[in-house]
Design a protein around this ligand. Structure first.
Ligand SMILES: NC(=O)c1ccc[n+]([C@@H]2O[C@H](COP(=O)([O-])OP(=O)(O)OC[C@H]3O[C@@H](n4cnc5c(N)ncnc54)[C@H](OP(=O)(O)O)[C@@H]3O)[C@@H](O)[C@H]2O)c1
Length: 258
């Protein structure tokens, strides 16, 4: 994110707030965490493999005056998730914003049901592990794609279909928790966006389907880049909860009419 790009949140607007973004050493998660830090929040960068990148981001955010820590945890590993929860409790005392950004399922060499394990089961288990850290007034944001959110009515590329189905299953499982979250004063928002230019997922899909990015750009009118989409994720953490707890990024007429 360069200094010329939009800062979606006013400086100081998150002073005193504590935010965790899963999978935030790189990509959309990293830009989201930067926006929170620039708005004055204390931030937790979670990584699975990319420790060096996470530590570099911590240094960068601290140089900018923010409070930031990096904590490694594989969301599919209960012990490492508990370690993350314990570290946050010790160092920050709790959380005001949780962004469920980490995702996967297109990695090679994983077990056949890995997408479902990470994108559904691990998301639900993660939320239940982190929930004691979330008090009244806190916000959970679940990040997904239009291709996953609308998979029941609009098919997608075969390489992405298992991920799309698993992310929609994760979204549905999390949505079932909304009444009990709201009873505890915790709000929940799903952010859904089209293919994001400059991401590894978009590159992989383009490699398998040489027209993938162009055809989505044509259908959607425009595609968001990483920092633009991250700005929407950051806004979803602070703005009023939208209708049906869903924030659509870009035009979704095509999907709603399908
Ligand atoms: N890419 C798109 O076109 C697009 C479009 C719309 C919505 N989205 C959504 O935006 C979010 C971020 O997408 P992205 O493209 O930036 O993703 P990405 O590049 O694939 O990054 C995924 C992040 O998740 C982390 N991660 C993966 N498996 C993990 C695990 N088992 N435990 C903990 N962390 C794990 C990775 O950590 P390490 O790097 O440390 O391994 C990485 O930081 C996703 O929810 C995705 O569905 C993406």
């Amino acid at each position: 994110m360069s200094s010329t790009e939009t800062q979606p949140l006013a400086p100081g607007s998150l002073a005193g707030k504590r935010a965790l973004v899963t999978g935030s050493s790189r990509g959309i998660g990293a830009d989201t965490v930067k926006y929170f830090a620039q708005a004055g929040a204390s931030v937790v960068i979670n990584y699975r493999n990319k420790e060096a990148r996470a530590l570099k981001l911590v240094d960068q955010l601290r140089d900018g005056g923010a409070e930031a820590i990096a904590v490694g945890a594989d969301l599919t590993d209960a012990d490492s998730v508990q370690g993350l929860v314990d570290t946050i409790r010790e160092q920050l005392g709790g959380l005001d914003i949780l962004v469920l950004n980490a995702s996967g399922g297109m990695e090679s060499g994983m077990e056949p049901d890995y997408a479902l394990k990470l994108n559904r089961d691990a998301q639900v288990d993660f939320l239940s592990a982190v929930r004691p850290l979330l008090g009244p007034g806190s916000r959970i944001v679940f990040v997904t794609s239009h291709q996953a959110h609308f998979i029941e009515t609009t098919d997608t590329m075969p390489e992405y279909r298992p991920v799309a189905l698993s992310k929609r299953a994760g979204e549905d499982a999390l949505r079932e928790l909304i009444p009990s979250l709201e009873a505890d004063g915790i709000s929940f928002v799903v952010v859904s966006g089209d293919m994001i230019e400059g991401t590894i997922t978009a590159t992989l899909l383009q490699r398998a389907n040489p027209n993938a990015i162009e055809s989505r750009r044509e259908a959607a009118g425009r595609l968001y880049n990483v920092s633009e989409f991250a700005a929407e994720v950051a806004l979803a953490a602070v703005e009023p909860v939208p209708a049906n707890n869903t924030r659509y990024v870009g035009d979704v007429t095509e999907f709603l009419n399908a």
